[in-house]
Ligand binder design. Structure first.
Ligand SMILES: NC(=O)c1ccc[n+]([C@@H]2O[C@H](COP(=O)([O-])OP(=O)(O)OC[C@H]3O[C@@H](n4cnc5c(N)ncnc54)[C@H](OP(=O)(O)O)[C@@H]3O)[C@@H](O)[C@H]2O)c1
Length: 323
């Protein structure tokens, strides 16, 4: 028997109920993985509260790292005992789970289970945002919101290592200090400061080339005001609430702006895309382009607590569940 959280109806953190279940043998093309560490991500919240639709009932959680227990028919690349990581489909908040082998990848030497679970989805997102959504260049200035958070702290460090100037925002003085340590200059407390004015002043009034905004509703308008003419708004998340489709004229009056709303679902859609992004992310981590801060560890059974902390803005860096 294996423990797994199950969501039978969407809602608050308590809608995740820990249950015992038989995992069963992997079917064709599947592997069975014993999780050693599970990454907690904001997308887990959107799926649990029903904003992102997932067929009910479901086991939440979009990434984990552990050992292969069994490989199903047709799986030749993994065998029992292999160290793997995976992102998607849902089902990670469990001791053991089944998943398609194509969503898994081997963990390189030097990447332990906890580090993997802390970096795969968040670092893979930073990778596609910095290299594919927009290929950043050393002369550019970008604005990263929630720069002390999971994705934000990696994004800020990696961009800095690429020679990009990063302006960061964060929601407390402690978080501002972390954002500064991740390369943000300036790092701005956007709960106490006129951050639009501060960001514009930091660029001599020109505006930034790209805004990476995972905060959503609360920062949407201000983010557009921080951009230079023909700048790019990358709205990649909704931690504060969902952005509704804007009146497109706003993009004209604010300077012929570009907007995109990217997701890993489209950038890591194929096994090849996912594995290439993970290889690049692990290489960047191992070569010191960025560090990953595991600042919260919860026993698996405390997943609702982990969600409460994430939603209450009490976390920094990455959060893990440990089975
Ligand atoms: N599109 C994609 O492919 C993709 C992939 C992964 C993640 N994401 C998105 O990236 C964002 C960050 O994800 P994460 O897992 O790394 O989380 P996180 O950044 O560690 O946590 C979210 C942070 O957002 C900030 N925030 C601002 N207003 C908030 C509010 N009203 N409620 C809660 N948080 C608020 C908080 O930082 P402050 O206190 O500093 O404001 C909070 O710590 C999320 O929006 C997520 O959906 C998108």
């Amino acid at each position: 028997m294996s423990r797994a959280f199950v969501v039978r109806e969407t809602g608050g953190p308590d809608k995740m109920q820990l249950e015992e279940r038989e995992v069963g043998a992997p079917g064709p093309g599947q592997i069975r993985v014993r999780n050693k560490a599970i990454g907690v991500n904001f997308v887990d919240v959107y799926q649990r509260d029903g904003h992102y639709k997932v067929d009910l009932p479901f086991v939440p959680g979009n990434e984990g790292a552990g050992e292969v227990v069994a490989a199903g028919e047709g799986v030749t690349e993994f065998k029992p005992g292999d160290r793997v990581g995976y992102t998607g489909p849902v089902g990670a908040y469990a001791d053991e789970r089944l998943l398609p082998a194509g969503r898994a990848f081997s963990l390189p030497e030097g990447i332990d289970f906890e580090t993997a679970a802390a970096v795969m989805l968040k670092g893979g997102t930073a990778h596609y945002l910095l290299f594919e959504t927009h290929a950043v260049k050393p002369a550019e200035t970008i604005l990263v919101h929630a720069a002390a958070g999971g994705v934000g702290s990696i994004l800020a460090q990696w961009a800095t290592a690429l020679g990009v100037r990063v302006i960061g925002t964060a929601g407390s003085d402690e978080k501002v200090a972390l954002a500064r340590a991740s390369g943000c200059d300036p790092a701005i407390n956007y709960r106490t400061t006129d951050w639009v004015k501060a960001a514009r002043e930091a660029t001599g009034g020109r505006g930034v080339d790209v805004v990476y905004d995972g905060v959503g509703k609360a920062t949407w308008d201000g983010s557009l005001d921080c951009l230079r003419p023909r700048g790019l708004m990358v709205s990649y998340g909704s931690a504060s609430g969902y952005v509704t489709v804007p009146n497109l004229t706003v993009l004209a009056t604010k300077g012929s702006l570009y907007v995109t709303r990217p997701t890993t679902g489209s950038y890591h859609a194929s096994t090849a895309e996912l594995r290439a992004s993970m290889t690049a992310t692990f290489e960047a981590l191992l070569s010191g382009k960025f560090r990953v801060a595991i600042n919260q560890r919860f026993p698996l059974a405390e997943a609702p607590e982990a969600h409460r902390a994430l939603e209450a803005r009490q976390t920094t860096g990455s959060s893990l569940l440990i089975p």
